[in-house]
Design a protein around this ligand. Structure first.
Ligand code: FMN
Length: 213
C-alpha cells in the first residue's frame, strides 16, 4: 500500500515573542497550560508523551498524565516494573512532549528523572479513587496476560479482598519527577514561520534563545 496524504493547514492562532518570555520556563508553561485548559478541543491538557530509551538505544514513547509541576520539573506516576520503569532504572534520561495541537502549541521537556519518596508515593496513592488503586495492584503493567478475562478476575478478586479497607500501595508503584534541563516552546505561525524558544538550565538560572522554525 502506498498512500499520500494532503492534510495541511495554516497555523495562525497566536504568536510567541520575546516579550512573553518569563525568567523560568515553568512560569510560561503554567500560563500556557491554564490557557489550553479553556480550549474544549484539548481533551487531556495534562497528558504528555514521554520517551525513554532501552539498553540498545531503541526509544519508546507512551502517554502519561502530569500530576504536579514545580520549579524543577513535572511529575507522573506509574508502575516502576513496567517497560518504561525498567528503562529508567538503567537510564534516567527522558523527554516529554505536551502536544496541544488545537492551540497550535507544543512544549518539550528533556532531562533526567528522580524518584519520589515513599511518603510522597503513599500520599498520592491514597488520594486516588478505590478502583484506580485496585487497578494499580491488579495490573503487572507491560507484562503479557492470556486474556481480558484473567485480568478482570484479578481485579474482581482484589475488589472483594479490599472492600471497605485501605488498599496498600504496591512497592513498585510510584512517581517520577522529570527534572528539566531544557524546555522548548513551539507556537505555530503563519506560512510555517513558527516561533520556537529553547530554555537551557545554567548553574544558577536559565538562558533562553530563539530557534529557527
Ligand atoms: C490519556 C492517557 C493517559 C495515561 N496515563 C498514564 C499514567 O499516568 N501512568 C501510566 O503508567 N500509564 C498511563 N497511560 C498508559 C501508558 O500510555 C502506557 O500504555 C503504560 O504506561 C505502559 O507503558 P510502558 O509499557 O511503555 O511502560 C495513559 C495512556 C493514555 C492514552
Amino acid at each position: 500500500m502506498s498512500i499520500f496524504y494532503q492534510v495541511r493547514r495554516e497555523y495562525a492562532l497566536s504568536d510567541l515573542s520575546e516579550n512573553d518570555l518569563t525568567e523560568s520556563p515553568f512560569e510560561l508553561f503554567e500560563t500556557w497550560l491554564q490557557q489550553v485548559m479553556q480550549i474544549d478541543k484539548i481533551s487531556d491538557p495534562t497528558a504528555m508523551i514521554v520517551a525513554t530509551v532501552d539498553e540498545h538505544g531503541q526509544s519508546y514513547q507512551r502517554t502519561v498524565l502530569m500530576k504536579a509541576l514545580d520549579d524543577t520539573g513535572v511529575t507522573f506516576y506509574t508502575n516502576k516494573n513496567s517497560r518504561k520503569g525498567q528503562h529508567l532504572a538503567k537510564n534516567k534520561r527522558i523527554s516529554a512532549i505536551f502536544p496541544w495541537l488545537a492551540a497550535e502549541r507544543q512544549v518539550v521537556f528533556s532531562g533526567e528523572v528522580i524518584e519520589l519518596s515513599e511518603a510522597e508515593n503513599d500520599e498520592y496513592f491514597a488520594s486516588r479513587p478505590f478502583e484506580s488503586q485496585i487497578a494499580a495492584v491488579a495490573s503487572a503493567q507491560s507484562e503479557v496476560i492470556d486474556s481480558r478475562e484473567s485480568l478482570e478476575q484479578k481485579y474482581h478478586a482484589l475488589v472483594e479482598q479490599y472492600q471497605g479497607q485501605a488498599v496498600p500501595r504496591p512497592q513498585h508503584w510510584g512517581g517520577y519527577k522529570i527534572v528539566a534541563e531544557q524546555v522548548e516552546f513551539w507556537q505555530g505561525g503563519e506560512f510555517r514561520m513558527h516561533d520556537r524558544f529553547l530554555y537551557q538550565r545554567t548553574k544558577s538560572n536559565w538562558k533562553v534563545c530563539r530557534l529557527q522554525p
